[in-house]
Design a protein around this ligand. Structure first.
Ligand SMILES: Nc1nc2c(c(=O)[nH]1)N[C@H]1C(S)=C(S)[C@@H](COP(=O)(O)OP(=O)(O)OC[C@H]3O[C@@H](n4cnc5c(N)ncnc54)[C@H](O)[C@@H]3O)O[C@H]1N2
Ligand code: MOO
Length: 341
């Protein structure tokens, strides 16, 4: 800290708040600790009776909180996000598009384990809308050793911590299984649910066929959907253990690589995910997806649409936080469901 004349203060950083009082009008800090004095500030400072100021001396190897925040921002920021201007050492990142938000949690934790720096984010693998806040970062003290920020950069490595991915798949084909629906014994209540859930991501259901619980018929319907170029194939019903449940076997018989039949999520235990050789995803959706407000389908659909290759390990990790609490009024996604990985 050093004492200087206000007229020489441009570019220097204030060490404390400066309060301005105009009777009946204001009594507030006109300048905050950490503010960098500009040419325009000088008349105001003089009008407040501040002929001299305590300022922070810029020394080699020490960063002001604003400079440090910019460096932490650079560790985080990636395509499709923008940053707010730095204010009192804090920067926030904002979504430029609707998309799937992802965080490299291991690297985030490594950085936050360091003293004097912090980065706070939304949960990884969550959906965001354009304009949503994604992350905020700052350093804890007003000034920080550059070595501390360099350590955070080293822990971060080459690629940004955050990703915001657009939804790339635009079309889906629905294959509705079940004799009771095929024969018209009951109305198809599954398809309207899927159309609505897909539309929320801008995905159009381009075809829908009803087939009986016969493996060959299901395989043929999936093949037709593939030939028509559907970018995602959804088979509904027949996913559990009854003798009439033919859907998992049929999906296997289509030649799709099965990532998993079964997921550690409730509702959604009987879920199936697979991929064809060209990358087209196929899912087997159990009855709960039609019935429950939020299920494994809501957790995995955004990742599949954003073309994040979902692995068996990704599905296994859903167990922690994968228990829907079945609240009277469903507030998903603003709830703990699916926030464990
Ligand atoms: N013994 C066991 N029973 C069940 C298990 C289990 O592990 N052991 N799992 C349960 C779970 S979890 C679920 S989820 C459901 C899975 O259901 P499925 O996908 O096999 O569905 P279905 O058996 O075909 O149908 C169940 C129910 O839903 C009606 N349904 C199906 N599709 C439609 C449609 N398009 N429109 C209207 N209604 C539909 C169907 O008529 C049945 O009433 O299994 C549990 N059982
Ligand atoms: O698969 Mo059921 O899918 O848990 O409610």
């Amino acid at each position: 800290m050093k004492l200087i004349e206000t007229v020489n203060a441009v570019g220097h950083v204030l060490c404390h708040d400066l309060t301005r009082i105009v009777p009946g009008v204001t009594k507030d800090a006109a300048f905050r600790k950490g503010h960098i004095v500009t040419e325009e500030d000088i008349p105001m400072l003089l009008s407040m009776g501040k002929e001299h100021l305590y300022v922070w001396e810029k020394t080699e190897g020490v960063l002001h909180e604003n400079e440090a925040a910019e460096r932490l921002r650079a560790i985080c920021q990636n395509a499709n996000m923008s940053s707010t201007p730095v204010k009192e050492g804090k920067i926030e990142l904002i979504a430029d598009i609707d998309g799937l938000f992802r965080v490299d949690v291991a690297r985030l934790n490594a950085i936050n384990a360091l003293d004097e720096v912090m980065i706070a984010t939304r949960h990884t693998n969550t959906t965001v809308r354009r304009g949503d806040k994604l992350a905020g970062t700052r350093v804890i003290p007003l000034v920080v050793d550059e070595a501390r920020v360099a350590a955070a950069e080293a822990a971060a490595g080459e690629t940004p911590l955050l990703e915001l991915l657009p939804y790339r798949r635009r079309t889906a084909a629905i294959v509705t299984t079940g004799n009771e629906v095929f024969l018209g014994r009951i109305e198809d209540a599954f398809t309207p649910v899927l159309i609505q859930k897909l539309a929320a991501f801008g995905v159009e259901a381009v075809s829908q066929v009803k087939v009986p619980d016969e493996r060959g018929k299901i395989v043929a319907a999936v093949s037709a959907a593939r030939a028509a170029g559907a970018e995602l194939i959804l088979c509904t019903g027949g996913m559990s253990v009854d003798p009439d449940d033919q859907t998992p076997g049929a999906i296997k018989a289509t030649g799709a690589r099965i990532v998993s039949y079964g997921a550690p999520v409730l509702p959604g235990a009987m879920f199936l995910l697979g991929y064809f050789e060209d990358g087209t995803p196929i899912m087997g959706l159990p009855g709960c997806v039609m019935y429950a407000k939020a299920t494994v389908f809501d957790l995995i659909l955004p990742r599949v649409l954003a073309d994040v290759g979902v692995t068996r390990a990704d599905l296994s990790a859903l167990g922690h936080g994968g228990l829907c609490l079945g609240c009277g009024e469903c507030r998903y996604p603003v709830c703990p469901f699916g926030k464990g990985d």
